[in-house]
Design a protein around this ligand. Structure first.
Ligand SMILES: Nc1ncnc2c1ncn2[C@@H]1O[C@H](COP(=O)(O)OP(=O)(O)OP(=O)(O)O)[C@@H](O)[C@H]1O
Length: 324
């Protein structure tokens, strides 16, 4: 079996790019059988990562010491997401450093299984910029709390608030997503609702300019409430909700407790942005399910913290709020 001409040309281009940019590695994403000996000859001297779902395809590749095989979960994901998953896995397993430059070759256009060419596309990926967008996979732990595009937008908003603060000052806040009616019934306004009077389009957090406006509002004391559909409904909310049965780590105060508590008592997901550290902790069902560090770019997602898992004792609700 020899390689078709388009694949040969792409591999040559990848090898040349690795030398001339320079780039750190080549990532080959394929689900089609391919002449690996030929690939090896063409990419001699390049660090090669091969990502595939099919274990039969990658089994023999593991014997080659110069190649790193990344197993992908067998899910019907778009190519972009599979590439993201492969790169994220390589970074979290310390196979690649954030900031690396990668030449990726993949099948981005032809989707037929019997496509004449195993690969048809080439991209140059600068991992520093790219990692921030690799959130979809990790957000799956939140199940169907909200559509993925809404969750991504809220993550972007929360991490930007944590990283940037406002006017040089760190700010903390809570972004509550979903179950708006129940959240409102358990909370009260500390101030007038700044979203009142604005159209849905002007409150849609999936839009960058709306997120920029919301960052201003996040300076105000209290939590923000966003619907499952991504429309911001309220700000300046003092969240009620009882704190018993929730788990937050030692050292956290009333903000994180309030976020955990509201996620326990409603089906919302609460994103607590810490004023002191900028980190974002995501609570669901009263438990912390995700933690994002406020690194300057890039950040790497951690589903669970690998540190001291000691938990703070549950505190009673400090608000005693009635329905407002
Ligand atoms: N129930 C609540 N609803 C909304 N915001 C709250 C609530 N309780 C506390 N906060 C916010 O949290 C702030 C106090 O944060 P505190 O330092 O006690 O918490 P923390 O969990 O350690 O958070 P941080 O890491 O941001 O300091 C309050 O000024 C208020 O803005």
């Amino acid at each position: 079996m020899s390689l078709p001409s388009q694949s040969v040309a792409l591999l040559q281009a990848a090898r040349d790019l690795v030398k001339s940019l320079p780039a750190d590695a080549v990532l080959l994403l394929t689900e089609t059988s391919i002449d690996w000996d030929e690939v090896g000859r063409m990419l001699a001297g390049c660090k090669l990562f091969v990502a595939a779902e099919n274990p039969a395809l990658t089994k023999s590749l593991r014997e080659n010491p110069d190649w790193t095989v990344i197993d992908l979960d067998p899910e019907p994901l778009p190519t972009q997401e599979r590439m993201n998953a492969a790169l994220l896995k390589a970074v979290t397993e310390d196979l690649l450093q954030p900031g690396s430059h990668i030449v990726a070759i993949y099948n981005g256009i032809a989707t037929l299984e019997d496509a004449p060419e195993p690969v048809d596309s080439l991209s140059v990926i600068h991992l520093g910029e790219h990692l921030e967008r690799m959130t979809a996979q990790d957000l799956r732990v939140l199940g169907d709390a909200a559509p993925i595009d809404v969750l991504r937008a809220v993550v972007d908003l929360a991490t930007e608030i944590g990283r940037e603060g406002r006017e040089g000052q760190p700010i903390g806040t809570i972004l509550v997503v979903g179950d708006t009616r129940k959240v409102l019934s358990l909370s009260h306004f500390q101030n007038f609702n700044p979203f009142r009077g604005y159209s849905r389009a002007e409150r849609d957090v999936r839009k960058r300019d709306v997120r920029e406006q919301i960052k201003e509002i996040a300076k105000l004391d209290g939590a923000l409430l966003i619907g499952r559909d991504g429309i911001a409904e309220a700000a300046c909310l003092h969240l009620g909700g009882r704190g018993d049965g929730v788990n937050i780590r030692k050292g956290f105060g009333s903000r994180h407790m309030a976020a955990a508590a509201i996620s326990k008592q409603t089906s919302s997901v609460a994103f607590a942005v810490s004023q002191s550290s900028g980190s974002v902790r995501v609570f669901q069902g009263g438990e912390e399910v995700l933690h994002i560090e406020p690194l300057a770019r890039p950040h790497v997602w951690q589903p669970f913290r690998l540190e001291n898992q000691e938990q703070a004792p549950a505190e009673p609700d400090d608000s005693g709020d009635e329905v407002s």
